[in-house]
Structures are given as structure tokens and as C-alpha cells.
Ligand binder design. Structure first.
Ligand code: HEM
Length: 360
């Protein structure tokens, strides 16, 4: 658990297993100004000078981009600077804070983290398709992919910002939502770059089957994350986001949170995974519950991280060292959100201040 002073608390078990409901509404499609301002200096480099840790896609990813036919070049909307994105960050964060009690105490942290991951996690390095660039989750078949079930709540939550700011793309909005979620619940700073462009060409909407099916084993998980370009350590690290939020029976036929502090970013997922678990007897899909309290859950793919020795060493490493988990997660989540996007040198990664840091 994080030792950082942090205001969010564990939620009483009695509140854990109820679900929330909200209307689904389709997002309205909007556009971006094209790359007219690249290099114009409007997006002042001084705002984007936080790249000292080199949190750009790995060389592996860069090489693959270079070899593919599709190039998704980021461009900053006309007249916008990092100040506009910090303001947007603040507005999203304030709405998240206002809904701290939503989803029976989970708030919106898990939901927005999962939305950012699913918009990015369709990426295929082989041909540079999928990923967060085009904001294609508003189109079928991606919008109706069973693995995206429930993410209409996340898209609806963020829609007011898309309506308010016509210059904002879905890809930027949904990935920034994930950055807000992780940072505002005590997680590490996530470097982020703007400039994704909405795509309306339906032939570029990724087919179903790219996002992981939780009933599968370790080899399958390696295959899915390998397709995106992640190695085993990076894969284990990213799945540590299951410290946040919970499964909802009405979405996926899995149910419950992974632990009691599901509105705080911690390494608790790894600590708990190493404890003892048994198959839950119930009418939903096969999932595990903890021997000690029968209150928390693990998916079969979570258990696969413990069952496979090449994954297990990293589970132990992150369970033992939260600081390492935080720094690795920051790097890997940032990479995930940028898969398939080519950023011109003028668009530098930046870190946003949290509401607490701004005394808001
Ligand atoms: C093998 C890989 C993965 C599988 C099979 C998987 C599967 C799932 C499933 C079935 C749910 C429940 C959704 C619901 O019922 O509402 C879920 C929730 C969640 N997943 Fe994953 N996931 C994987 C990896 C990841 C990664 C890489 C991240 C982030 C980096 C992530 C973040 C989350 C979060 C935060 C939630 C909670 C959502 C909420 O509270 O609404 N997952 N995942």
C-alpha cells in the first residue's frame, strides 16, 4: 500500500458488490484542425520540456512504426497550448472528484483508466493499426465489442468536454481521462502528449478480438500484449491497474473488486495476488475469490500471472517494491496511450499538476 498521505479510504465491504446504472448515449463526432501548427511555436516548447526521463515509445515501437504503411501524425489544434490541456485536466478531475461516491465508492478512477486502456489496447504493431489515435470506439464493431461493455459510461462521463471543446479529439480526451484517473487517486505522474486526430474512415475501425478475454491463460496474455509490443515485465506491470475499480456483472459477467482500496492507486493487486485464492461458486463466469474473506476477486488472466514463472517473478517484484511499480507503470501506461501515434518533435511530453498540487 502507498505510504503517501492520501485522503481516499477503503470502502466498507457491504458497499462493494452493488452496481451502478447510467444511460448510454453515443458520442458526437468532432474534428481537429490539421497539422498546420506543427513547429509554429504556438505550443511553446517550454510547456513541454518535461521529457528528461525519455518517456517516449521504445525503439522497438519506433522501428515498427517506420516499417508500416499507416502513419498517424499528431497535430495540436490551432491556437492551443499546454495551458488549455491543464485546464481541461482540471475540469475532468473536478468532475471525477464530485463523483467520488459513484459506483458504490469506486468513483470514476477505474472506469476512466479502463477507457484509456481499451481505446489504446487494440493496437497491432505489425501494421500500426488500432490504438488511441483515431478515437474509433464510437464506431461499430469496436463500440459493441463485448470487451468494451460498460465503457459507454466512461464515454458519456467525458462527452460534455467533447461538446464544450470542438477542437478536442476523442483520442486525446479518453487518454487524458486515464491520466487524470491515475494521478488523482494517488498514482504516479503520467507523461502525456496531445494531438490525436479523430478518424471517420470506418475501414480503420479495428475488428473485435484484439482486447483480451479474461477467461484465458498466460500464453494468450503474452500473445495479446506482444501484439502491442510489450514484454512480460511491461505486461505484468500494466495489469497492476486492477488495483482500481471493479468488475460489474452487468458488463462482463464478472463481479467485484480486486481489493478493498479500489479508489487508490497502489501495488495492492500484486500483494493480494500472492495470497491464497479459490474458484468462486456462483452463476457468473469462472473467477477466483480470496480464501481469507471471500470478498475480493481475481480473473483467470490475473491468476495466470501467478501460475506462469516468467510472469510470477515480476508479480513478486512489484509486490515487494511499490516505488518500482509506480515508476514502471508511469512509463508503460504512457507508452500504451501513445501506441501507433507519431509525435513531431515540437510536441513534447508533459506532466500535469494534480488538483491537490494546485490547492484546488
Ligand atoms: C489480460 C489483460 C486484461 C484483462 C483480461 C482484463 C479484463 C478486465 C475485466 C473483465 C474487467 C471488468 C470490467 C467490468 O465488468 O466492468 C476489467 C476491469 C478493469 N480493468 Fe482490466 N483487463 C486486463 C488488463 C488491464 C490493463 C492493462 C489495464 C490498465 C492499464 C486494466 C484496467 C482495468 C480497470 C481499471 C478496471 C476496472 C474498471 C471499472 O472499475 O469500471 N485492465 N478488466
Amino acid at each position: 500500500m502507498s505510504t503517501a498521505a492520501f485522503k481516499r479510504q477503503s470502502v466498507p465491504l457491504s458497499k462493494l458488490f452493488q452496481s451502478y446504472g447510467k444511460n448510454n448515449s453515443q458520442s458526437k463526432y468532432g474534428g481537429y484542425f490539421l497539422a498546420t501548427l506543427i513547429g509554429s511555436g504556438i505550443l511553446a516548447t517550454s510547456y513541454f520540456n518535461n521529457n528528461k526521463n525519455g518517456n517516449t515509445p521504445s525503439n522497438n515501437h519506433k522501428k515498427l512504426l517506420a516499417g508500416s504503411g499507416i502513419v498517424n501524425t499528431a497535430a495540436i489544434p490551432k491556437g492551443k497550448s499546454i495551458k488549455d490541456y491543464q485546464s481541461l485536466y482540471n475540469e475532468i478531475a473536478e468532475k471525477v472528484r464530485d463523483q467520488d461516491d459513484a459506483d458504490d465508492g469506486a468513483g470514476r478512477y477505474g472506469l476512466l483508466t479502463r477507457l484509456a486502456w481499451h481505446t489504446s489496447g487494440t493496437y497491432k504493431k505489425e501494421d500500426n493499426t488500432g490504438g488511441s489515435y483515431g478515437g474509433t470506439m464510437i464506431y461499430k464493431p469496436e463500440s459493441t465489442d463485448g470487451e468494451n461493455s460498460g465503457l459507454n459510461h466512461g464515454r458519456d462521463f467525458l462527452q460534455e468536454f467533447k461538446d464544450k471543446y470542438s477542437w478536442l479529439s476523442h483520442g486525446d480526451l479518453w487518454t487524458l481521462g486515464g491520466v487524470v484517473a491515475v494521478q488523482e487517486c494517488g498514482g504516479p505522474k503520467i507523461k502525456w502528449r496531445p494531438g490525436r486526430q479523430d478518424i471517420s474512415d470506418k475501414t480503420r475501425v479495428p475488428e473485435n478480438g484484439r482486447l483480451p478475454d479474461a477467461s484465458k491463460d498466460a500464453d494468450y496474455v503474452k500473445g495479446v500484449f506482444g501484439r502491442m509490443g510489450f514484454n512480460e515485465r511491461e505486461t505484468v506491470c500494466l495489469i497492476g491497474a486492477h488495483c482500481l475499480g471493479k468488475c460489474h456483472k452487468e458488463n462482463t459477467n464478472y463481479d467485484g473488486p480486486w481489493g478493498p482500496s479500489f479508489n487508490m492507486f497502489t501495488n495492492d493487486f500484486f500483494v493480494r495476488l500472492l495470497q491464497n485464492w479459490h474458484v468462486k461458486k456462483w452463476d457468473g463466469k469462472k473467477q477466483y475469490e480470496d480464501d481469507e474473506t471471500n470478498s475480493f476477486m481475481m480473473l483467470p488472466t490475473d491468476m495466470a500471472l501467478k501460475e506462469d514463472s516468467s510472469f510470477l517473478k515480476y508479480v513478486k517484484m512489484y509486490a515487494d517494491d511499490e516505488k518500482l511499480f509506480f515508476s514502471d507503470f508511469a512509463k508503460n501506461f504512457s507508452t500504451l496511450l501513445e501506441l501507433g501515434v507519431t509525435f513531431p518533435d515540437s510536441i513534447k511530453p508533459t506532466e500535469f499538476k494534480t488538483l491537490d498540487e494546485q490547492d484546488k
